[in-house]
Write a new protein. Structure first.
Length: 463
């Protein structure tokens, strides 16, 4: 199958092209879309693309500029132009820049579509079978990524492995190395046993690698291999095989990650099996960065620790969260422990879940802006009952708890940034800088400026 990227600034046209055109019939599959040339180039850095279907008139970077760049950086990519222009000069310029064909968007009747695709595939078949070089596509390569699972290993330990001894090894990161296998036969299992039997290494055999793109491949592996191993990894498994086109890396955009965060913070997953299954399914569909997932789940668990008044470190040791399977095992233990603790408390599971959600909302946002009444309304509780439940369960009044959290966060901002104190105060919701400094001193024993200076000097802080 040939990988296709569609580039057009009109979303409806992109969706229409993806859904209506006969990709499978002509051995093509759309693996991505972009709304201008720059986003297309960013996508191509992380993915192997055979066909670029590109509009000519787009903002940011138009189709002509994109084609010029692609011809230099990805000379083996075939380009098909999408245009509303039947003007000969437009078409001639596109063909001069290397397009193999063009499609007029108003000609999408079924018979014309089949004719156009047949013409494109015939052109490609001709280049592959007759010319055999130039714009024809060379055969795909394979390679091996070796991952240091234990940490602290060095490339010298793998350089003499039989299947890597004669190859150029590229360092992807401190714990990942990659070598092409185009100059040697496929690896036999016995060649890798001596390396893998220690349990300190994992080997990923990678297929469908485009030639002459090693730097691009290394960038894609740097981004995609850690989440691949996290979600696909199994304890005791050290050998994997995957096509490069399937290594897409984290797919969660800002909006998707925010929706996933809301699903976890909802906290229904603790007591409801259905909610837990839905949240897990959303996590696997979203494919977040593991570190981002840890922060979300950790915020939820810390909220529940406050609600039930019991530590959960034994049920959720972060050091062992090396794969999604291990996270699921930890979450099963967390859910069982929490459900047992909930049964001991005088409030209903629904009320306790609501307070846990409130705590996660407060703790999970640096610039938390809800006042008590707004948060109570968001959680579908009356303000007075919410205040009573919050104080009984948390052990502090809502206002006092939020102030303490805001002061703690402001300390983090003082450590991490050079923002003026008054801006940090406003960021945390304090309009009066003097009042903010007074609260800060009561919690840390010094004013914000003194705290920042001590942190910069590395002095210990004793609140």
């Amino acid at each position: 199958m040939f990988n296709v990227l569609i580039v057009d600034d009109e979303k409806l046209i992109r969706k229409g092209l993806i859904s209506l055109l006969p990709w499978d019939k002509f051995r093509m599959r759309v693996i991505g879309e972009a709304n201008h040339g720059k986003s297309a180039l960013a996508f191509m850095e992380a993915h192997s693309i055979d066909f670029l279907f590109v509009d000519l008139t787009m903002p940011v970077m138009d189709g002509f500029e994109l084609m010029k760049d692609v011809r230099i950086r990805y000379p083996d990519t075939w380009i098909v132009v999408l245009t509303c222009h039947q003007d000969f000069d437009f078409v001639q310029e596109a063909l001069r820049l290397g397009a193999i064909d063009y499609i007029v968007k108003t000609q999408f009747e079924q018979d014309k579509v089949d004719e156009i695709f047949a013409r494109i595939t015939e052109r490609v078949a001709y280049e592959i079978s007759v010319r055999g070089r130039g714009t024809a596509k060379p055969e795909r390569l394979s390679g091996y990524a070796v991952i240091d699972l234990a940490g602290g290993q060095h490339v010298e330990k793998i350089a003499n492995a039989p299947f890597l001894a004669s190859r150029t090894i590229h360092e992807i990161s401190e714990r990942i190395w990659f070598a092409l296998a185009d100059d040697a036969p496929d690896t036999e299992a016995g060649d890798t046993d001596s390396l893998l039997r220690t349990g300190d290494w994992a080997l990923v055999s990678i297929t469908d690698i485009p030639p002459n793109r090693t730097a691009d491949v290394c960038r894609q592996l740097q981004r995609a291999l850690p989440p691949f191993l996290f979600f696909e990894g199994k304890p005791g498994r050290f050998r994997y095989e995957v096509a490069l086109s399937e290594l897409n890396g984290p797919s969660a955009g800002e909006n998707e990650l925010e929706r996933l965060k809301e699903a976890w913070i909802d906290q229904e997953w603790v007591c409801s099996d259905g909610a837990y299954e839905r949240t897990v399914r959303m996590t696997l569909e979203t494919v977040p960065e593991p570190e981002a997932l840890f922060l979300i789940v950790d915020s939820c668990i810390r909220a529940w620790q406050t609600v039930v008044g019991a530590p959960l470190e034994n049920e959720a040791p972060h050091a062992e969260w090396t794969s999604w399977q291990r996270v699921e095992l930890a979450l099963a233990a967390v859910r069982a422990r929490l459900q047992a603790e909930i049964r001991k408390l005088p409030y209903s599971p629904a009320v306790l879940t609501t307070i846990a959600k409130a705590l996660a909302c407060i703790d999970g946002r640096y610039e938390f802006s809800f006042n008590r009444d707004e948060l109570a309304a968001k959680l579908l509780m009356s303000s007075s009952y919410f205040s009573q439940c919050f104080k009984d369960i948390v052990g502090a009044a809502y206002g006092d708890y939020v102030k303490e959290k805001k002061i703690a966060r402001s300390a983090e901002w003082l450590e991490r940034t050079n923002e003026p104190v008054y801006q940090i105060a406003m960021r945390m919701g304090f309009k009066d800088e003097k009042y903010f400094s007074k609260l800060f001193r009561s919690q840390f024993g010094m004013n914000p400026t003194e705290y920042r200076k001590k942190m910069q000097q590395g002095a210990p802080i004793i609140p």
